[in-house]
Every structure is written in structure tokens, then in C-alpha cells.
Design a protein around this ligand. Sequence first.
Ligand SMILES: CC(C)(COP(=O)(O)OP(=O)(O)OC[C@H]1O[C@@H](n2cnc3c(N)ncnc32)[C@H](O)[C@@H]1OP(=O)(O)O)[C@@H](O)C(=O)NCCC(=O)NCCS
Length: 164
Amino acid sequence: MIIRPASAGDAAAIAAIYAPEVLTGTASFETEAPSAADMAARIDKVITAGWPWLVAEADGAILGYAYAAQFRDRAAYAQTCENSVYVAAAAHRRGVGMALLAALADAARNAGFREMIAVIGDGSGNTASRRLHAACGFRDVGLLTNVGRKFGRWLDVAYMQKTL
Ligand SMILES: CC(C)(COP(=O)(O)OP(=O)(O)OC[C@H]1O[C@@H](n2cnc3c(N)ncnc32)[C@H](O)[C@@H]1OP(=O)(O)O)[C@@H](O)C(=O)NCCC(=O)NCCS
């Protein structure tokens, strides 16, 4: 497996990994899966800003991706980023998420970020994401309760933070 910067050519594979998490999962609070073209625009926006978007690839297949973008738009947040990490279901629990997140932390530091925030949808239920982030050195910093609703269920959002 290699970890490398993403390009627009990876958009379809990335959209295919993300779509089931949108349509059947609760980690993402989106409810309509973005198209490959939408995803290409998202990738371009992150890369153009100088922020990292990485993919994990093995035998020519994209197994997962991770990116970092400014946490909130206002200027004083410029050195704080929010991260996202998604791994294809078929590749779960093989260290892909860990490798992506470790490489993303390095890349985000090199891009000038000092703090990284994981905003974890279904934070009380998403054990996989919370354990992955804890294993990568994130600490628990907060829990927003009942702030999302999907599939008829109220969802919490957990915040975890890592100093880069
Ligand atoms: C969270 C996610 C990215 C983890 O990716 P992964 O490649 O399966 O994770 P790894 O194999 O690198 O696991 C690293 C560690 O995280 C923890 N972990 C990962 N999946 C877990 C699970 N299902 N249950 C409990 N712990 C889990 C474990 O501590 C694991 O180490 P171990 O396998 O040695 O016990 C993946 O489950 C995923 O894409 N989930 C859906 C989307 C999502 O929730 N993304 C995060 C958004 S904030």
C-alpha cells in the first residue's frame, strides 16, 4: 500500500467510497451522495488552498482517503484544521485508516496547521472512528448531543483534537 496525494483523477473512486457512508451510514451528516464531478471540485478546492488530500492505494485500487481543511472560515482559525478519513468497507481493519491519518497529520503540519480537529458524526456510536483517532494521538474534547438526525435517529457529534 502507498499513501500519495490525491488528484482529480481519483474523484470517482473517492466518491464511490463515500457514497455508502452517506446513503447508509451516520458518520457523515450529508444525505445526498456527491457525484464524481462534485468530488473532483471538493478535491480541487482543498488542493488549491494548499491543504492535504491523500489516498491509500494498493494494486491500482483506492482503498481510502483522508483530507484536512481549515476548521472554520474566519481568519483567526487559519492554523486549525478539521480532518476527514474514509476507508472502503472491504478494506476495514487492515491499518489503512491509521496509515492515512498518520500521513495526514504530517502533511497538515507541513501545510502550516498546528491543531487538528476530528468532528465525528454519530460520535457516541462511532466506536471505530473514536478508537482510530485515539490510537493516532487525538484526545476527547467535547460531545454535542442530539445535533443530527438521520434514519429517524438523533445523533451526537464527538470532537477530538490533536496538536500537530
Ligand atoms: C473509522 C475508519 C476510517 C477506520 O479505518 P480502518 O482502516 O478500518 O482502521 P484501522 O484498520 O487503521 O484501525 C486502527 C485502529 O482503530 C480502531 N478501530 C478501527 N476500526 C474499529 C472498529 N470497527 N471497532 C473498534 N475499533 C476499531 C482499532 O483500535 C484499530 O486498531 P487495531 O485494528 O489494531 O485494533 C473506518 O471504519 C471507516 O471508514 N468508517 C466509516 C467512516 C468514518 O466513520 N470515518 C471517520 C469520520 S470522522
